[in-house]
Design a protein around this ligand. Structure first.
Ligand code: NAD
Ligand code: ZN
Length: 345
């Protein structure tokens, strides 16, 4: 079968012919409906090296945002119907640590000794015609379209988890949420904030087209450049935002996040660009909390799937054939996509 393979650090992924996998004990074979291309994949093949955790060493098939239909049940798997559509929860924890037993496999305490970090990160993912996944990682989609659903596994799960972290400051009337970076994750963050909170969503991106799409979803957009932080503060009645979500994480965006944060706010850094900011008593809003977050729990993904089925999350998707998959990554890197790239094998 055809697959997009990450073969070596600092090397662009390649389209290859690989053997169709066979489900092991407790696994199912999925026929892939769609697999999303996440910006984190770019960091993995461009920036990571052998110093990074042993459990994401190449080579493996990319694709940690996958949806598909059950083709075959592995030994010991019961209660799942062939042909039914499912989303794949990516993280593969040890299953027995303090985090895993709370459904937080994304924060597994045994990451260093687990054979892989996640499906599509250290073990074969969904950018192929078929993928084997543990049955316990499946989230049912019912009758909903599995192609547009693929990005939910990360581009919706991660912002959903981030938004839930900021529930307290966003509860109540007249609240403001700031979303920085309106790509795959950011566009869905706007939708989740709209569905779950009454907050006014303020949004920014360097691309006017991305801001137009957020504006069409009800966000108040503020372009970058001089006076941006002042403009955001003005929009929030001078108080600053109650929650800030940074889907870039570069030095200028974490600085913007800090300067836009109001008293008692929550600032969540989601983007992995590694920018730093000074955070001390002086110049930081009182009782504001700065946190990072990584992916989400499988329980969160069930909530996300329910929101998708209810029409509250509608991912913008650009589909690519398997042959076009390298082009999808090229356009993702060049910032030329206007929706999440989903490879449809
Ligand atoms: P994307 O490429 O689809 O979107 C990034 C957006 O940010 C683009 O619209 C781009 O124009 C915008 N942008 C870039 N620089 C900017 C700046 N200085 N100011 C404002 N906007 C700017 O990427 P994505 O797939 O949505 O991922 C976003 C980030 O989140 C990446 O860093 C990715 O690695 C990370 N990520 C983190 C997690 C996690 O669990 N923490 C999960 C998935 C992705
Ligand atoms: Zn664990």
């Amino acid at each position: 079968m055809r697959a997009v393979v990450f073969e070596q650090f600092h090397q662009f992924p390649a389209l290859k012919d690989v053997e169709r996998p066979t489900p092991g004990s407790g696994e199912v074979l999925l026929k892939v409906a769609g697999a999303g291309a996440c910006h984190s994949d770019v960091s993995v093949y461009r920036e990571f090296d052998a110093e990074h955790p042993g459990n994401i060493q190449p080579s493996f098939v990319l694709g940690h945002e996958t949806a598909g239909w059950i083709e075959e049940l592995g030994p010991g798997v019961t209660g799942l119907e062939k042909g039914s559509a499912h989303l794949v929860y990516g993280p593969t924890g040890c299953g027995h640590c303090r985090q895993c037993v709370q459904s937080r496999e994304n924060y597994c305490e045994n990451t260093a000794t687990n054979p892989a970090l996640a499906i599509g990160l250290g073990r074969d993912g969904g950018m192929a015609e078929y993928v084997c996944v543990p049955a316990r990682n499946l989230v049912p989609l019912g009758e909903a379209d599995p192609v547009a659903a693929a990005p939910l596994a990360d581009a919706a799960l991660t912002p959903y988890h981030a938004v839930r972290l900021a529930e307290r400051p966003l509860a109540g009337g007249g609240r403001y949420a700031l979303v920085i970076g309106l790509g795959g994750l950011g566009q869905i963050a706007v939708q989740i904030l709209t569905a779950l909170t009454g907050a006014t969503v303020v949004a920014t991106d360097t691309k006017p087209e991305a801001m137009e799409r957020a504006a069409a979803r009800g966000a108040v957009t503020v372009p970058g450049g001089e006076g941006q932080a002042e403009r955001i503060r003005e929009l929030t009645g001078g108080r600053g935002a109650d929650a800030v979500f940074d889907f870039v994480g570069a030095a200028p965006t974490v600085e913007l996040a800090k300067s836009s944060a109001g008293v008692g706010s929550t600032v969540v850094i989601v983007g992995i660009a590694g920018g730093t900011v000074e955070w001390n008593f002086y110049g930081t809003a009182y009782e504001s909390a700065l946190m990072s977050t990584y992916w989400g729990s499988i329980a969160d993904l069930h909530d996300v799937a329910a929101m998708y089925r209810a029409g509250q999350i509608v991912p913008d998707v650009e589909t690519f054939t398997m042959d076009e998959a390298p082009e999808a990554y090229r356009r993702l890197e060049a910032g030329e996509l206007s929706g999440r790239a989903v490879v449809v094998p």
